[in-house]
Ligand binder design. Structure first.
Ligand code: SF4
Length: 381
C-alpha cells in the first residue's frame, strides 16, 4: 500500500518570561521585578502544563522556531528552561533544524549557564546591550555596565553560541551622535550575527513617562539622524537591514520574528503572550496569579475578516526591506496594489517609498516615518 505523505504546517512557539531583576525606566513590557525562585519554578511548571495541553491540538504542525522572550528569560534556572523546552520536545514535532532563541540580559548568566542551555537545544541568544555608555545605561535604569555585556557576550561565545543578536537603542536621554557611534562600534567590534536597533519610545506608565518634562530627549530630527547613523554604520560593517529595526549578517535573520512579519502561525505561552493559530488571534492578560492558578487568562480573541487580513498583510510586509510583492497582493486582493493605494505613487515621488521590479518598499527615510504613512495609506482603503 502506498502511504500518502502529508506536509506538516509550520509553527512557532513563544514563551513569555515576565521576570526582571528590576524595572528599567523606559519599560512597559510585562515584567515583574524581584520574583523569588519559588514563583519562577511554579511559572515554569504551569507553562509546561499548558504546553502539554496545547500540543494535543497541533498534531499536523511542525515547530521550527521557539523563542523565550521577556522580561529576562535568563533569570530562569537552567532546570526550569529544561522543563519547558523538554515539554515542547515531548509534545510537539520539533524540526531538527529549529531555531531556538533565549533572550538574556548581561550579568544574569555566565558560561556554565550558557553551556547548560546549549546542551538542551538553545542555539541562538538575544542580548540587551542598549548602549555602551555606562552613563546612558544608568539613566535607562539597566542593571549592567558595558563591561558586563562584553563579559557575558564572551561567555556565550566560549560556550559555543555562534548565533547571537544584540539590542541597541537610540534617542536615549542625553545621548549624542558621538556616544551612539561609539556604542555601535563597541558592538560591531564583538561581531554579533544580528543587531536590533530601536528608537526610545516614552510609554505611559513608565518611570520615564512620569519624568518626561525633565528629560533631555532627542527631537524627531535628531532621532532621524541617529536612525540613519545606525543604518549606515551597520551597513558598512556588513549588517543588512531586512526589517525596519533589524539588521543581520547573511543568513542570520531572526527566523522567529520573521514569522510574525510574514503572518505565519505561532502559539504563545505565559502572561501577556499572544498567539495566531487556526486563523484566530488571541492574547493573554498580565494576571500572574490567575495564570498560576491554572485559569484561562485569554483576554482578547478574534478572527480577522478578509479586509482586516489584507490591511494586516500590507502593514506587516511593508516592515520588511523587501516590501510588498505587488503581484502577490493582486492575487490575494483581486485588485491592483496601486489601484488600492493610489497615494503610494506620491510617496515614491517624495523618496519615501521605492519600486524595484514587482516590489514596493520603504526607503530608509520612509522607514523612519512609516507609521504615519501606513496610517494614511490604510485609512484610505
Ligand atoms: S530588562 Fe527588559 S523587560 Fe526587564 S525591565 Fe528592563 S526593558 Fe523591561
Amino acid at each position: 500500500m502506498i502511504k500518502r505523505w502529508k506536509m506538516k504546517k509550520s509553527l512557532g512557539i513563544y514563551i513569555h518570561i515576565p521576570f526582571c531583576v528590576r524595572k528599567c525606566a523606559y519599560c512597559d513590557f510585562c515584567s515583574f521585578p524581584r520574583a523569588g525562585e519559588h514563583t519562577k519554578g511554579a511559572y515554569a511548571q504551569e507553562i509546561s502544563r499548558r504546553i502539554a495541553d496545547a500540543s494535543r491540538e497541533a498534531r499536523e504542525y511542525r515547530v521550527d522556531t521557539v523563542y523565550f522572550g521577556g522580561g529576562t528569560p535568563s533569570l530562569m534556572s537552567a532546570r526550569d528552561v529544561e522543563r519547558m523546552l523538554g515539554e515542547i520536545f515531548r509534545g510537539f514535532d520539533v524540526d531538527g533544524g529549529a531555531e531556538i532563541t533565549l533572550e538574556c540580559n548581561p550579568a544574569t548568566a555566565d558560561r556554565a549557564y550558557f553551556e547548560a542551555i546549549r546542551r538542551m537545544g538553545v542555539n541562538r541568544l538575544s542580548m540587551g546591550l542598549q548602549s555602551a555608555s555606562d552613563k546612558e545605561l544608568k539613566l535607562l535604569g539597566r542593571i549592567h555596565t558595558a563591561e558586563d555585556f562584553i563579559r557575558t557576550f564572551g561567555d556565550a561565545r566560549r560556550a559555543g553560541f555562534d548565533n547571537i543578536s544584540a539590542d541597541l537603542m537610540y534617542g536615549i536621554p542625553e545621548q549624542t551622535q558621538e556616544s551612539l557611534k561609539s556604542s555601535i562600534d563597541t558592538l560591531v567590534g564583538l561581531s554579533p550575527e544580528h543587531i536590533s536597533a530601536y528608537g526610545l519610545m516614552i510609554e505611559e506608565g513608565t518611570d520615564f513617562y512620569r519624568r518626561r518634562h525633565t528629560l533631555d530627549v532627542a527631537d524627531d530630527d535628531e532621532q532621524y539622524e541617529m536612525y540613519m547613523l545606525c543604518t549606515h554604520r551597520l551597513a558598512e560593517a556588513g549588517y543588512k537591514k531586512y526589517e525596519i529595526s533589524n539588521f543581520s549578517r547573511d543568513g542570520k535573520r531572526s527566523r522567529h520574528n520573521t514569522r510574525y512579519w510574514l503572518g505565519e502561525e505561532y502559539l504563545g505561552f505565559g502572561v501577556a503572550a499572544h498567539s495566531y493559530f487556526g486563523g484566530r488571534r488571541y492574547g493573554n492578560s498580565r494576571d500572574m496569579e490567575a495564570f498560576l492558578r491554572g485559569e484561562d487568562i485569554t483576554e482578547e480573541s478574534y478572527v480577522l475578516d478578509s479586509a482586516e487580513r489584507l490591511r494586516e498583510y500590507v502593514m506587516l510586509r511593508l516592515r520588511l526591506a523587501e516590501g510588498i510583492d505587488t503581484l502577490e497582493y493582486e492575487r490575494i486582493a483581486g485588485k491592483g496594489f496601486f489601484e488600492a493605494f493610489p497615494t503610494v505613487r506620491q510617496w515614491i515621488s517624495a523618496g519615501l517609498m521605492k519600486q524595484s521590479g514587482e516590489h514596493v518598499s520603504f526607503t530608509d527615510r520612509g522607514f523612519f516615518v512609516s507609521n504615519a504613512i501606513l496610517s494614511e495609506m490604510l485609512d484610505f482603503e
